[in-house]
Design a binder for this molecule. Structure first.
Ligand SMILES: [Zn+2]
Ligand SMILES: [Zn+2]
Length: 141
């Protein structure tokens, strides 16, 4: 499992659908991981793919346009107040931030890695893209 992509020299940029929230992040990045937990599915409308970087590697402009939802006791999901774009998943430990793939401008520098929380996957789609599938998410990078 390749858990690190790129270096601190590598940058991604992105924005929400309406453009009120923009960001730049530098590597190293985690590959895009598909999360099939019920919380991701219900909030996003399907499942999410997210990369991740160090918390201090992410710079947000228009942060006042973000709202947050405490989806669990350990994390906050951040989304644009205007367009509702799901952008960031922030664990309380403050070490990292997950960045949702749909907001990234040129995501192709980051490969898809694996799927997590497959035990909560909905039954209307299959996971057959050849990536590793894990029933839970804990203990993985
Ligand atoms: Zn927006
Ligand atoms: Zn999830």
């Amino acid at each position: 499992m390749n858990t690190k992509v790129g270096t601190a020299e590598d940058r991604i940029t992105g924005h929400c659908a309406c453009g009120a929230v923009r960001f730049t992040a530098h590597g190293p990045f985690r590959p895009f991981v598909g999360c099939h937990c019920e919380s991701c599915r219900r909030q996003s409308g399907h499942f999410i793919m997210a990369t991740r970087c160090a918390a201090d590697a992410l710079e947000i402009s228009g942060e006042e346009n973000l709202s947050g939802w405490r989806a669990s006791e350990q994390s906050t999901r951040r989304f644009c107040k205007t367009c509702g774009a799901h952008m960031f998943w922030v664990p309380d430990d403050g070490s990292t931030v997950s960045i949702f793939a749909g907001c990234v401008d040129h995501p192709s520098i980051i490969p898809a890695g694996w799927h997590i929380h497959a035990s909560e996957k909905a039954d209307y789609y299959d996971l057959n893209d050849g990536l590793a599938v894990y029933p839970l998410g804990s203990g993985l990078p």
